[in-house]
Design a protein around this ligand. Structure first.
Ligand SMILES: [Mg+2]
Length: 118
């Protein structure tokens, strides 16, 4: 079973993603902020990470930077609210970017593609 770590400071998004991705047959773990995400990365060893950009404390871009320092190959999907995303040098290290939505279709498709490619 492939393992996915969902990182988002919004509880409703975490719970939505957990329900949808569990239904797809993935094992899902959650982190509510960047610090927790870095802990869960080591303990849970996910096959893929969905990463909210805007979070208090350590934001998603910084988490992405730290993931790439340790592990260059794990797929990371950056997730942000519509209009918040800025394509900059630091986001190039992600494998995909999606706009946060309560319709999980794009998320599921992106995850499937990245896990198949790996
Ligand atoms: Mg957020």
């Amino acid at each position: 079973m492939k393992k996915i770590l969902v990182v988002d400071d919004e509880e409703s998004i975490r719970e939505l993603y957990r329900a949808e991705l569990s239904d797809e047959g993935y094992e899902v773990d959650l982190a509510a902020d960047g610090r927790e995400a870095l802990r869960r990365l080591d303990a849970f060893r996910p096959d893929l990470v969905t990463l909210d950009i805007k979070m208090p404390g350590i934001d998603g871009i910084e988490v992405l930077r730290r993931i790439r320092e340790k592990n260059t190959t794990i797929p990371v999907i950056l997730v942000s609210a519509f209009g918040e995303f800025k394509q900059d040098f630091n986001t190039w290290a992600s494998d995909a970017y999606i706009v946060k939505s309560h319709d999980p279709t794009e998320l599921k498709e992106t995850i499937r593609k990245l896990l198949e490619a790996g």
